[in-house]
Write a protein that binds this ligand. Structure first.
Ligand SMILES: Nc1ncnc2c1ncn2[C@@H]1O[C@H](COP(=O)(O)OP(=O)(O)OP(=O)(O)O)[C@@H](O)[C@H]1O
Length: 813
């Protein structure tokens, strides 16, 4: 059988049949490799499935000649790696052609992994390759980083990944390259990857890094395959979207079951907001009418603000919008102000999206825009985005919304709102407000003066250099100029899905719109039968959560390991003489200026202890600020290849030196290994939080190195926003922010899963609702928002309550 012969004839079905027959005739010992090789050959013919693309592939002689000339189609020189891959590919093909001389297994396996990796690196464009170099440093990128890129659907330059690239990346993960004998690997995965690598090597696709030329579909196999090893059974759950490729099979054919098995989803641990069908695929509930309307508006390309009570399905709608718009071929980016919120909707934080780290906002807007332009990933991400979805908009501060708008306009060179990107904002302004509003001035980046003597419009914030003053009421995104510019179409969801008990929903709605609870309401909340055995406790303040955690910790019997932080003051005395005060210490040696740091001065850990993460380690995998897990052991940290994840700083060596000093100082140089409920087990290494001071670089730096962990018997209400919890114990005695009562109570799915502790007085008065939010909601939705909150179509807001809202509004002027 000569390959050219078949290629010329292009009788692919006949060829396939022949290959499978031959595979079936082979001794079983050779079957695995042979069938894969056959399939590879078969797949290589599959550009016949897209005949129009056939012409873009140069003849074999031309391809060979390119390798000899060591240059690609653009006359750029091919890397050594590229040449090797091309030759290996050719060798594999030659082997396939000679059925009587099957390759030694080892040989084959080496080549196989090599090519796979090349394809994989191409897919994620690890080396910023513009067509020539293939990454030679295999393993230089962590899998989690790769997964996160695929999750974000972008390559290392922030350019969108093609569907094909995403599929290839996922196929690569499916293949267990560590196994010496890979029985059952899907032959088409391999053929597919080989070709991707090969095309890349010779730059046949002329792709500047992203799209891969062809979409090789698994073929319809119409000959018996009973002798062949079954392909790998499981696929990832996320694989099953309408736009994902599925085998084109005749359901009546006897191979139908075979392919079904091939594409059956893999069991995946449940995420907080997922439901799982018996097949293991994330099964989202169907949209109701009001939800569908929002999705349709999004399809029309409008800028949209949609909102609704907690549990009305805002996140559900968001996922539907993402899927529909991506199906339309649009590049959709989902962002949220916190890592936890971003994870819930498979997005990234607003900070990462534009290439900033939170510590770096001490810079003027011009400097920040420059930073985004300087970051190739952030720049092209912004350039390519068609639709930007911002979740948890209530926590996005006025100035941050402005910053996002400005950076889009500048990078896209387009003065229309967000540089012409379609903007969809989601969230509930009756829930949590922005944390620490107006910390830093939008214009110059300096720290703003906070005036605590409250005026009628709340606290004031002043930037002295810019002579700009803002009040508490201005903190919301809807008070920004950019909000007006966006000219949003607005929608309010009215039906609640998280809870089904109308009485409980009524109480929650009262909390939402700032109406005082009656004695009966409070009695029901405090004195109902509940089942909250091991439930997490939610507190308004960090100190309350900390004290419960300390108490529970003291009950443990084992010997804890202690991790003390390292604080460092790196003072640029010449440029910033006025900053000397930042070097003041506490009695325990920690820096006073880092008192509010989220990283604890001292972390004590024991095996079996529940812990919470304080840092977004890997949003795609769900290792985000607020993720909870259990310590299962301690593992030595190797200095070889040790990488920490410092915040971006002008002085990276400073960060690495500190991280290493920390590790050298801990017991046995071991860090904790944590098991997370989503199935991920990870050693948690120290991180570095750096704050830069002083306008001009080199900056004065304040840094803390510590494990991003703390005990998890209790958490703050802020951390719980967006979660649906089976059991929750709430103590609101010290509630300080509007929306805390509502957010805390509405995490529970039912009264049975809710226990209220502490003073019920706070429940009576609640925290009310910010007047600016009330006015905004009235202006935008009339009385719809006060009447919303029905369970299964029944209005759940009794008339007396609606009157109460009316009265309150009247009295507040
Ligand atoms: N149309 C629907 N039918 C049935 N269940 C639904 C529907 N829409 C959403 N849900 C379910 O209701 C629950 C709450 O949905 P979701 O998390 O999307 O609400 P949310 O408005 O984003 O809440 P929060 O404001 O607290 O973040 C989820 O379990 C979700 O699966």
């Amino acid at each position: 059988m000569k390959h050219e012969h078949v290629t010329n004839r292009f009788n692919v079905p006949a060829m396939r049949q022949r290959i499978w027959r031959l595979a079936g005739a082979f001794p079983i010992a050779h079957l695995n490799q042979s069938s894969r090789l056959f399939s590879s050959s078969c797949t290589s013919l599959l550009f016949a499935t897209q005949p129009e693309k056939r012409h873009s592939l140069p003849p074999k002689s031309e391809r060979k000649s390119r390798v000899r000339r060591r240059e690609n189609c653009k006359r750029r020189s091919l890397s050594k790696e590229a040449i090797t891959v091309a030759r290996e590919y050719a060798r594999l093909k030659a082997l396939v052609q000679d059925l009587h001389d099957p390759p030694s297994y080892l040989d084959f396996h080496q080549t196989w992994i090599h090519i796979h990796q090349a394809a994989y690196y191409h897919v994620l464009n690890f080396r910023n390759a513009s067509g020539t170099a293939i990454a030679t440093t295999h393993g230089s990128q962590s899998k989690s980083e790769a997964e996160s890129r695929v999750g974000r659907r972008e390559d290392c330059n922030g350019r969108p990944l093609s569907e094909e690239a995403i599929v290839i990346a996922r196929e690569y993960w499916e293949i267990d390259t560590s196994s010496p004998a890979p029985p059952g690997h899907t032959p088409y995965d391999e053929g597919h990857l080989y070709q991707a690598a090969y095309n890349h090597v010779l730059n046949l696709t002329r792709a500047p890094g992203t799209p891969i030329a062809r979409t090789h579909q698994p073929p319809i196999i119409d000959s018996p395959i009973s002798n062949a090893d079954p392909p790998k059974k499981n696929r990832t759950a996320s694989y099953r979207h309408s736009h994902d490729r599925k085998p084109r099979v005749d359901p009546k054919s006897e191979n139908h079951a075979f392919w079904q098995q091939y594409y059956a989803p893999k069991e995946k641990p449940l995420k907080s907001k997922q439901k799982q069908s018996s097949s293991g695929v994330e099964e989202l509930p169907p949209l109701n009418l009001e939800q569908e309307q929002i999705v349709q508006l999004a399809e029309r390309g409008d800028n949209i603000f949609y909102t609704g009570s907690a549990g009305s399905g805002k996140s559900r709608v968001l996922k539907a919008i993402v899927e529909r718009l991506r199906d339309m071929g649009k590049i959709v980016q989902v962002v949220a102000p916190t890592g936890k919120a971003a994870f819930n909707v498979h997005g990234i934080t607003t900070w990462s999206y534009v290439g900033w780290s939170p510590g770096l906002t001490r810079q003027s807007i011009e400097d920040l825009v420059f930073k985004s332009k300087y970051s190739a990933a952030a720049k092209s991400r912004i350039q390519y985005t068609d639709v930007l979805i911002i979740d948890e908009i209530s926590m996005v501060e006025n100035h941050h919304f402005e910053r996002l708008n400005t950076v889009h306009k500048s990078i896209r060179n387009d003065d229309s709102p967000f540089g012409g990107v379609q903007v969809i904002v989601v969230g509930d302004f009756c829930q949590l407000p922005p944390v620490l509003p107006f910390e830093l001035c939008y214009y110059c980046g300096s720290k703003m003066d906070k005036n605590d003597s409250r005026t009628e419009r709340g606290r004031t914030y002043t930037c002295v250099p810019c002579n700009a003053t803002f009040t508490d009421e201005d903190k919301w995104a809807f008070r920004s100029k950019s909000w007006k510019e966006c000219n949003f179409r607005t929608m309010h969801l009215t039906q609640i899905h998280r809870q089904s008990d109308p009485k409980f929903v009524d109480i929650l709605q009262k909390c939402r719109i700032g109406v005082h609870l009656t004695n009966q309401d409070i009695d029901l909340l405090v004195n109902h039968a509940s089942n909250t055995g091991n439930a997490t406790k939610l507190f308004p303040t960090r100190s309350e959560a900390r004290s419960v955690n300390n108490r529970e910790f003291s009950k443990l019997k084992g010997k804890p390991r202690v991790f003390n932080c390292i604080d460092e003051f790196h003072w640029n005395r010449e440029l910033h003489p006025e900053l000397e005060y930042l070097g003041e210490n506490n009695p325990d040696g920690t820096l006073k200026a880092l008192q509010e740091q989220v990283l604890e001065p001292k972390v004590e850990l024991e095996v079996g202890m529940p812990v919470v993460l304080f840092q977004n380690l890997d949003v795609a995998k769900g290792l985000v600020n607020g993720s909870q897990g259990v310590v299962i052991g301690f593992e030595r940290v190797s200095f070889i290849g040790f990488k920490t994840n410092p915040e971006v700083t002008s002085d990276p060596e400073f960060s690495s030196a500190l991280a290493l000093a920390f590790i050298r100082g801990i017991q046995d140089e071991e860090c904790p290994v944590v098991d997370f409920p989503n199935g991920v087990t990870k050693r948690i290494d120290p991180i570095i939080r750096i704050v830069e001071y002083g306008r001009e670089p080199p900056h004065t730096l304040l840094a803390r190195v510590q494990l991003p962990l703390g005990p998890a018997w209790a958490m703050t209400i802020h951390r719980s926003q967006g979660l649906t919890m089976d059991g929750v114990v709430v103590d609101l005695s010290k509630a300080f922010a509007m929306g805390q009562t509502y957010v805390a109570l509405s995490r529970a799915k039912s009264l049975k899963g809710l226990k209220v502790e502490g003073s019920p007085e706070r429940l009576r008065t609640g925290m009310g609702l910010d007047q600016a939010v009330k006015d905004f909601m009235d202006e935008t939705f009339g009385d719809v928002w006060t009447r919303a909150g029905s369970v299964s179509g029944t209005s759940s807001v009794p008339p007396q309550m609606q009157q109460a809202v009316g009265r309150k509004r009247a009295s507040s002027g």
